[in-house]
Design a protein around this ligand. Structure first.
Ligand code: HEM
Length: 485
């Protein structure tokens, strides 16, 4: 193989990559050394802003294959026939810590999936938990600030974490989930994925359905105890990345089976709690799981920065037949992601290879901007409508219209028969085995007992009492015992 020639950015050969040009052997460096200047300047610009949340992550390509007919509920083309395969890219992540954190920590995991469909990219940006801490997007920046590093101490502070939760009773269900056995997955392969929110599907007849997505891991759910996780972090801070990378390199391709729960619009109208509340699950007894297909990951990205760091998922990248529900949190997310990416990656991030459609073509009148690479041809006009056969709208609605009513203003959630913030946390607690309960109580007490303010502790204890009398009593006893130590 012939030796490749090292060049400058403009392609000129580099004579010396070990010695800077100087005025004489011992003299100062010359500004005319273009290679040196370019090399130092480029190095200074290697970092881009990390994601404001979910900064640490791992990615993989794969495919989604439809295994069951669900055309009664959606006319999405990529789900339209059994056996249909669609290329995918997934990015798993932790949430709270920055890029330099560790993988095996107690934190939800991101499960962001891009389907490169022939009707454009569909992004399903979910987590490994079926619910979330809050249900109104206006609380998200405060929530995340409380979980990230304190502006003074520069550390994640139990005082802040639990103070936010003290003021957010709707977090009790997710806290019970996070502090339980599934709070620290053994790896990205050994956890389920959930869309968490309710989404809307529309079938070919124009009927609307509401759905929740469940990706069940075919590797089995495996988790780490707090002690096992601490040991893992000490051995390999990148343990999830190592596991995923090596499994796929070995050809052990991880897979998940996708199921959906489906609710009709009529059922949603008078369900006993708000079906668009992301802090609640839909009981499987009411809405059983229906199998849709399987996701298989079979290829590692060639370049982590290019494909994983620059990947951009947005919950408002829908395809015909799939759309948003009235879930308030989801509505906030429809804005937040692409906005974050315009800042983090620039207006033309959609043209980067990992983000660009693969089975469809982006064709519109959006133009130019920093780092544009899609220009169109000489004949293309930059306005619409035009007389030159440029791309035109289809006129076909992407999803069925939904009725709305009421007055504009800031409202509490709509009233349903059973809308309190605690009953599902209690149900989850009562489902746990005695051992699981012991670990849950120890994990909660371990965190809550570090809080310095009594009023914050009391408010949190009241939430566990409201969820289940035994749950509240045991957390309270465990916290008091630790604080007396
Ligand atoms: C109003 C609530 C929320 C807001 C405002 C919000 C905002 C954001 C933002 C700004 C990012 C970074 C995007 C980027 O730079 O590319 C992000 C990442 C992410 N969020 Fe959210 N988020 C919210 C709730 C949620 C919920 C409920 C879930 C899961 C159900 C979720 C899952 C994710 C995931 C998985 C990522 C990482 C995507 C990736 O791998 O690139 N977020 N979020």
């Amino acid at each position: 193989m012939s030796q490749r020639v090292l060049t400058t950015e403009s392609g000129a050969p580099v004579a010396d990559n070990q010695n800077s040009a100087t005025a004489g052997a011992g003299g100062p460096v010359l500004i005319q050394d273009q290679h040196l200047l370019e090399k130092l300047a480029r190095f200074n610009r290697e970092r881009i802003p990390e994601r404001v949340v979910h900064a640490r992550g791992s990615g993989a390509y794969g495919y989604f294959e439809v295994t069951d007919d669900i055309t009664a509920f959606t006319h999405a083309d990529f789900l339209s026939e059994v056996g249909r395969r669609t290329e995918t890219f997934i990015r798993f992540s932790t949430v709270a810590d920055s890029l330099g954190g560790a993988d095996a920590v107690r934190d939800p995991r991101g499960f962001a999936l891009k389907f490169y469909t022939n009707q454009g990219n569909y992004d399903l940006v979910g987590n490994n938990t079926p619910v979330f801490f809050i249900k109104d997007p206006i609380k998200f920046p405060d929530f995340i600030h409380s979980q990230k590093r304190d502006p003074f101490t520069g550390r994640q502070e139990p005082d802040n974490v639990w103070d936010f939760w003290a003021h957010s009773p709707e977090s009790t269900h997710q806290i019970t989930w996070l502090m339980g056995d599934r709070g620290i997955p053994a790896s990205y392969r050994h956890m389920n994925g959930y869309g968490s929110h309710t989404y809307q599907w529309t079938n070919a007849e124009g009927e609307a359905f509401f759905v929740k997505y469940h990706f069940k891991t075919n590797q089995g759910v495996r988790s780490l105890s707090a002690d096992q996780a601490a040991e893992q972090v000490g051995k390999d801070a990148n343990s999830h990345q190592t596991d995923l990378l090596q499994a796929i390199e070995r050809g052990v391709n991880p897979s998940w089976t996708l199921h959906v729960q489906v609710m009709t619009a009529a059922e949603a109208a008078d369900y006993r709690f708000n079906p668009f509340d992301v802090t609640k699950v839909w009981p499987h007894a009411d809405f059983p799981l229906r199998r849709v297909g399987r996701l298989v990951l079979d290829r590692n990205p060639d370049n982590v920065f290019g494909e994983v760091e620059q990947a951009a998922f947005s919950p408002n990248n829908f395809v015909p037949g799939i759309g948003p529900s009235p879930d308030k949190m989801l509505q906030g997310r429809l804005f937040a992601y692409a906005d974050a990416q315009r800042y983090r990656l620039g207006i033309n991030h959609t043209q980067l290879p990992v983000n660009a459609p693969k089975a469809a073509t982006a064709d519109n009148y959006g133009r130019d901007g920093l780092h544009a690479t899609r220009y169109g041809s000489r004949q293309d006009k930059n306005y619409e409508p035009n007389s030159y056969a440029g791309p035109a709208e289809t006129g076909a609605a992407l999803a069925a219209p939904l009725p709305v009513k009421g007055w504009t203003g800031t409202h509490e959630a709509p009233a349903h028969a059973k809308d309190d913030d605690f009953f599902q946390a209690g149900e989850l607690y009562r489902l746990m085995s005695a051992d699981e309960k012991n670990r849950l109580i120890a994990n909660i007490a371990g965190g809550l007992s570090q809080v310095t303010r009594d009023d914050v502790i009391e408010k949190n204890l009241a939430h566990f009492h409201a969820a289940d009398a035994d749950y509240g009593k045991r957390v309270e006893e465990a916290v008091r015992a630790l604080r007396e130590d």
